[in-house]
Design a protein. Sequence first.
Length: 365
Amino acid sequence: MRPKISFHLISNLLLFVFLLNTTAVSAQSQNINFDKLIHDFGDFLLTSGPKSYTFNFTNSGDKPLLIQTVISSCGCASPQWTKTPVAPGKRGSVTVTFLNNQGPYPFDKALTVYVTGEQRPIVLRIKGVVHEKEKSLDELFPSKFGSLSLKKGFFDFGHISKGRLYSETVEGINNSKSPIKIEFTSSLKGISIEANPSTIPPNGRSSITIKIEPNQLSQWGKITSYAKVLVGGKEVSNRLFPVSATLIENFEHLTAKEREMAPIPMAQKSNHNFGTVKRGQKVEFSFDINNIGKSEFQIRAIYSESGSLTFRSPSTIAPSKSGRVEVTFDSSKERAGNISLLLSIIGNSPIRPVMNLIIQGTVTP
């Protein structure tokens, strides 16, 4: 039985995730390029003291650039940066020290870098897991793929947009007494997974890098690649490595005028409660979407994580007009209990690139 989740909790969580992901999309710029945007400290102990990392960047523009300030999302992450102008082609840096004084917990902190002349800040991230005491390898690497154990058995990039390359890493370990060679074969063009090193000695570790090139993806919205894992040249049976992301439009380079003229979708209601239905029953309902912007709203994709929802909608909504998203809920594809589902609309609005509609109710046996 699924637990009942309050509407306000879902709304607040979605807002946080949306802001986090849309900020991350605008992380790089044309004039300042960081060698990497995310650093993972991995696992370490609370008693090991502060951890520091330096993000290096290059001025790839034709004018000197100056970092105005760097704002940390937490007082536990203290930044220092190059305070003098960086000439074209030259290097600068942002160093962050994680104080490691907040107790044992997973952390993911953001550093927002404001640069003179840049319309949008650059967002850097540090993450890791602080432990109170030493953990066993089985606890640190719980996802098993034969002789290969990973810290995570899947990866979700969240929101991504075309025009950028995205990458993340997952650590793996050889839990056997012999060397193993590992390979990953993605099921989708544009998503690749590589291990370094690809041959891991006994009890040795490898960094598995997952890359997404959105320009090679052919669909909008939710995308998932189910990668096969090969250990020693043999496919691990009954186990895949899912990599997912949600592809939205890239609005980074819109002018102020283009943003002013952009479409703005607004749902007349953003949630629907279908009440109580007997399992096996189908329920039909709809959401009306108004376009209060100044240009045509184009619906790129509509998706739901649940197979119990089917839907249809217009592909476009003219300015000052409305369109209807018709939804059918098939309760036979859900377990009995309280139901809370999301329906996401991907569109060409820079103000609201993703519109989430919430569907709730109760299914009885």
